[in-house]
Design a protein around this ligand. Structure first.
Ligand SMILES: [Fe+2]
Length: 132
């Protein structure tokens, strides 16, 4: 996964967290593709999960501080992702770290994130830019 200007939400702090998120996802995908041990994949996954939660929290702080009108829908999208991600983590911790789970990560994590950044976060970014 690569960060490009197309993914910019226009707010520096959010962009730099998205870059960090992509770097962590790449570390996870590398660990899976190289068939590293389940423990290492699980650890990378939980590291990524913690980062996702704190990043979503930052975005949500912005939303409430600036009375963002789409806050409910945006928060619901975050919540659904976190619950999906936890399911995936559980599966991996139970021994399902194989090429199929790598594909699931690609689909549930990478594709979701690109789509979320391009639509939902960009909309938030434009709103914040108009207020900041
Ligand atoms: Fe978001």
């Amino acid at each position: 996964m690569q960060w490009t200007n197309d993914l910019s939400a226009g707010v520096e702090q959010i962009d730099s967290q998205h870059k960090e998120l992509i770097a962590r996802i790449n570390t996870l995908l590398d660990a899976m593709k190289q068939g590293r041990g389940r423990a290492e994949v699980g650890q990378t996954m939980s590291f990524l999960g913690d980062y996702v939660v704190s990043h979503f929290g930052e975005e949500e702080k912005y939303m409430s501080s600036f009375c963002y009108p789409e806050i409910d829908g945006h928060k619901a999208a975050h919540k659904a992702f976190v619950s999906d991600f936890r399911q995936l983590t559980k599966g991996i911790n139970n021994g399902e770290a194989n090429s199929l789970t790598a594909i699931q990560v690609q689909h549930h994590v990478c594709d979701w994130l690109v789509n979320h950044i391009c639509k939902t976060d960009k909309a938030l970014g434009s709103y914040l830019k108009s207020r900041l």
